[in-house]
Design a binder for this molecule. Sequence first.
Ligand code: ATP
Length: 255
Amino acid sequence: MRDVTMAFPAGEPGGPRTALCGVDLDVRAGELLTLVGPSGCGKSTLLDLVAGLARPTRGEVLVGGVPVVAPHPAVVVQQYDLFPWRTAQGNVEFGLEGTGVPRPERMRRAREHLALAGLSGHADRYPHELSAGLRRRVALARSLASGPGVLLMDEPFAGLDAPARASLRDDLVRARERIGTTIMIVTHGIDEALRLGRRVAVMTRAPGRIKEIVEVRLDARDRRAGPAFGAYRRHVWTLLRGEVTREREAATIHG
Ligand SMILES: Nc1ncnc2c1ncn2[C@@H]1O[C@H](COP(=O)(O)OP(=O)(O)OP(=O)(O)O)[C@@H](O)[C@H]1O
């Protein structure tokens, strides 16, 4: 993203709303980047711009060096809803329909991706027979089966309990390692951001900019807990708290 500003036209009281202002961000191919920031700072808007679902007011968004002017076939926005009338296998196959992949190959790839996500034993189950965590993993397997170049995920852990979050995290790390997909994840969870991201982009309050990119230099074990993890957590927390405090002060001054 090069100097990206996104302003929405006046629709509500308060006039036009600038969601992002002068965002510069480089995401490396094959990287898993997490994005955290105060509520309303423009995180979802940023993903929409990468997905080509919206065009910036100013600046440029490029994927693979090519300006994004429409949704890109290799950029997938993670959807979480499953078709209730299809099995887990059927839902993953859906991700490959309309791509020209013949049915036997679709079935094979779906089985392979379910297996990669540790879901082989659940292939014939319907969504209502699966826990929320397993449903989320089926949805992820569906996205990955199509072999996306870039996967965009907005709050993928919302509503999941700790074990389900941990499984989904493992799936994501494996996917990045095995398939090489570039993954951008928006999350409210600082721990999640630090456990997953090789880099964590911390945004300012609205209108959002990138405040700091934190390089997480921890191996897999140290990402779970420990003093080094605690130091990263405090650092990101301090960056975010500074933004929330500034927001409160601005609100007080402006009435
Ligand atoms: N389509 C739209 N029209 C008008 N304003 C919008 C639109 N989409 C987003 N906004 C505004 O842009 C700002 C940024 O919204 P966005 O949803 O990107 O923030 P966010 O950081 O993802 O928020 P949260 O953390 O609460 O999910 C908000 O003030 C929001 O009201």
